[in-house]
Design a protein around this ligand. Structure first.
Ligand code: ASP
Length: 329
């Protein structure tokens, strides 16, 4: 926790820092539990920057990455994280699995569980699928993104990036722009940043804003310029075309005109505002290349770097009780 964090964010006396078996979402996490995971991640940043990148505290454990939906950075990041901690890491791609032969999700789950993994990392295109699987297996489950629901490690890595670059999360003005309706990244970030006291704004065309989004504690805008005023962090989202059934925006060109982050628009935000994007980016649609590649203001590659550290922390923390780590409930 940064020094300026209010005391309600500190771990209360006698409370377990992370009493959960799984990490299926940010919803329901206490501020100190989020802070604990972020603090745990800090130690891995230096290791990841060193030449020798091994800490074999999870040696002998088996990690299965079961990905039922495409991924580049999240899958790689979880694989690297597990390997740096010494685990045997196995990737299951649904496209090459019995899922294609019609096997049900629960049968696939039972098969994975019978192989006695120590942690399962799951990505699925159905919202809630990861929670369903978590109920059926013996080991901890980590959600690597389920439909429009949650992507908790993305929100954690975004928070770690903000905390390191801005110096705090509490009170920080964060504008999230784009396809909020279909984005699990937006949802997990809104939950996390709100829990840690940030002022969160969301901005999108009316068709891409969830109904009653203000109930999540955010301010909703349809005018990007207005939403940028005073923003210290500008988080851009990809148009999730694969989740759209119908036309939600008239054309990518028009979308860019109103909601694309250009250098001129960025000048409306706070001085030196941090630019973020979870990737993959649609250059020229939600963000221009000069903004995305700006070495001062863009934190996009740093987000990827923080992703490995955050995932190492989550894998370590979730497997502590099975490893009999002293003092761990
Ligand atoms: N990579 C992120 C996700 O899996 C964001 C995106 O796909 O746009 O949700």
């Amino acid at each position: 926790m940064p020094a300026d964090a209010p005391s309600e964010f500190a771990l209360p006396d006698g409370v377990h820092p992370f009493p959960h078996k799984h990490l299926t979402g940010i919803a329901g996490l206490q501020p100190w539990e989020i802070g604990f995971l972020l603090n745990e991640a800090e130690q891995w940043i230096a290791l990841n920057r060193a030449t020798a990148k091994h800490d074999d505290r999870l040696a002998g454990l088996t990690q299965i990455n079961a990905f039922f939906e495409n991924s580049t950075r999240t899958l790689l990041s979880f694989e690297i994280a597990g390997k740096r901690l010494g685990m045997d890491v196995i990737n299951m791609h649904a496209a090459q699995s019995s899922v294609k032969k019609g096997e049900t999700l629960l049968d696939t789950t039972a098969t994975l569980n019978a192989m006695k993994p120590d942690v399962i990392v799951i990505r699925h295109d159905a919202s809630g699928a990861v929670g369903l699987i978590a109920d059926k297996v013996d080991c901890p489950v980590l959600n690597a993104g389920d439909g429009r629901h949650e992507h908790p490690t993305q929100a954690l890595l975004d928070a770690l990036t903000i905390r390191r670059r801005v110096g705090r999360i509490n009170g920080t003005v964060v504008t999230i722009c784009g396809d909020v309706l279909h984005s699990r990244v937006a949802r997990s970030n809104i939950l996390l940043l709100g829990t840690l006291g940030a002022e969160v704004r969301v901005v999108a065309p009316p068709t891409l804003l969830p109904p009653a989004v203000e109930r999540m504690g955010v301010k909703a805008y349809t005018d990007f310029d207005a939403a940028l005023e005073g923003a210290e962090v500008v988080m851009m989202l990809r148009l999730q075309l694969e989740r759209m059934d119908g036309a939600f925006v008239p054309s990518p060109r028009e979308y860019h005109h109103f909601y694309g982050l250009t250098r001129e628009r960025l000048a409306l935000a706070a001085k030196d505002a941090l630019v973020m994007h979870p990737g993959p980016m649609n250059r020229g649609i939600e963000i221009t290349s000069d903004v995305a590649d700006d070495i001062q203001q863009s934190a996009i590659t740093e987000q990827v770097e923080m992703g490995v550290a955050v995932r190492m922390a989550c894998l370590d923390v979730l497997t502590r009780s099975r490893r009999g780590v002293e003092g761990w409930a």
